[in-house]
Design a binder for this molecule. Structure first.
Ligand code: GRF
Length: 186
């Protein structure tokens, strides 16, 4: 089974996926795509000798990236900290084959702009007692595809957005690779 990863930033989730599937008998990460030439995820892909592609909005919209992704014949496209809305032709080309991880309990704290620290700050501002991660299928609307998996974690008294972000990121690293594996080979 072949996995293509999309990442926009640091790529710690991408790192975990590349590590987890490095010697996997049935699943292989075959490429990483990024919309950000400065994304550290690109460095991580290079460290794993993984083909990496950088693209801009026009290439994402005009089908260039879609053709490049199709060439890898992925069984699953994994958005790991990817911040752009996926164009409809992508969704149509890979139905139920694109998943995303969100650092919050969707449908709350989702949607455009609700990523990273913004989610954690909103959780704190609303005095939530718990937060967590959501892994979901991607459709043409931000963070609105069917939920695949959620895992909770507590919000504690003196939590800052940064402390919460780290606690949630640990959850992502702990669960994302296993959920990808479950989706691909049950
Ligand atoms: C994570 O918080 C993830 O939930 C969100 O963006 C962040 C990605 O972090 N989609 P990294 O780039 O994988 O380190």
């Amino acid at each position: 089974k072949r996995v293509v990863i999309f990442a926009s930033g640091s790529g710690s989730n991408a790192q975990r996926l590349m590590e987890y599937f490095q010697n996997h008998p049935q699943i292989r990460v075959v490429a990483l795509f990024s919309n950000n030439p400065m994304a550290y995820a690109l460095q991580r892909a290079e460290n794993f000798n993984l083909p990496a592609h950088v693209f801009n909005r026009e290439q994402f919209r005009d089908g260039t990236v879609l053709q490049e992704v199709k060439a890898y014949q992925p069984d699953l496209i994994v958005l790991a900290g990817f911040l752009w809305l996926v164009p409809v032709p992508f969704i149509q080309a890979f139905p139920q084959k694109i998943i995303n991880i969100h650092p919050g309990l969707l449908p709350k704290y989702g949607g455009k702009g609700m990523h990273g620290q913004h989610v954690h700050q909103a959780v704190l501002d609303n005095k939530e007692t718990e937060t967590g991660i959501t892994i979901h299928y991607v459709n043409e609307f931000y963070d609105q595809g069917a939920t695949i998996y959620q895992e909770l974690c507590p919000v504690q008294e003196n939590d800052t957005a940064e402390i919460l972000a780290n606690r949630v990121l640990q959850l992502e690293h702990e669960h994302f690779p296993r959920i990808v594996e479950k989706i691909l080979i049950g």
